[in-house]
Design a protein around this ligand. Structure first.
Ligand SMILES: Nc1ncnc2c1ncn2[C@@H]1O[C@H](COP(=O)(O)OP(=O)(O)OP(=O)(O)O)[C@@H](O)[C@H]1O
Length: 230
């Protein structure tokens, strides 16, 4: 569950990146967030993960009030979120298994549960045979699937993906988006920031379009707006 109410964000240099946004994303939804370069997509993601604090308005995410959260509550809030980035951000010196184990240990998961859960998520992303490989031994699409497995491993309520296919060819991009849809069908709320107009159109999901820090369209069934940049 994500709620934004009259959210504004002005950076210290005076840039008004977000100019009054209100939106609600319910549990179980799949939503694309699109808009031209500089429209405020990354700023929204950063406010959702607590990396930036809005200058006005309120943000609720999975029961936490992110816009005025106490410092000690941030780790608990983050545990309800799995975040995926364009550049994968895997630990190069760790194997696929160890990359996943690392984030499970960080939340104090027992060893037996770790093994079972990693086996399950690697099957889900189709990489059960790559558990002992290092990221450098995998293709870009495979690395992104490891990043998705890592985002899922602690069973978050919500997955937030910031340009997850930005470094992949069209075929791999389609695979990754299809995987995110499958994960959504298994019950996780998914929010995807993307520039991939063709992919957005293919899936027929809810699309929120922003421009100059405002929502200019919020509708189901494909990309609306016209001026998305590549
Ligand atoms: N740390 C910052 N300090 C000042 N201004 C910033 C900062 N980060 C972003 N901005 C500005 O805020 C506006 C929104 O930027 P943001 O990165 O959210 O856009 P975006 O939609 O994610 O763009 P892109 O698609 O190019 O990644 C832009 O005008 C940008 O220059």
């Amino acid at each position: 569950m994500i709620r934004l109410k009259d959210v504004e964000m002005e950076y210290p240099n005076g840039t008004r990146a977000i100019r009054g946004i209100s939106a609600a994303i319910e549990d179980g939804e799949f939503v694309f967030l699109v808009g031209p370069s500089g429209s405020g997509k990354s700023t929204i993601i950063k406010m959702l993960t607590g990396e930036e604090v809005p200058t006005a308005g309120r943000i609720m995410i999975n029961g936490f009030s992110v816009s005025n959260i106490a410092e000690r509550q941030i780790p608990m809030m983050r545990r309800t979120l799995g975040v995926i980035f364009q550049d994968f951000r895997l630990i190069e010196k760790k194997t696929v298994y160890e990359n996943l184990e690392f984030v499970m240990r960080a939340v104090g998961m027992p060893k037996k549960e770790i093994k079972q859960r990693i086996t399950y998520v690697l099957q889900l992303v189709g990489l059960e045979k790559k558990a002992e490989n290092f990221p450098s031994e995998l293709s870009g699409g495979e690395q992104q699937r490891v990043a998705i497995a890592r985002a899922l491993v602690n069973n978050p309520a919500t997955i937030i993906a910031d340009e997850p296919t930005g470094n992949l060819d069209p075929e791999r991009s389609m695979e990754i988006m299809t995987l995110l849809v499958k994960i959504n069908q298994l019950g996780t709320t998914v929010l995807v920031v993307t520039h991939e107009k063709d992919l957005v159109n293919k899936f027929g999901k809810r699309v929120i379009t922003i421009d100059q820090g405002r929502i200019i369209n919020d509708s189901v069934g494909g990309y609306v707006g016209g001026h998305i940049h590549e």
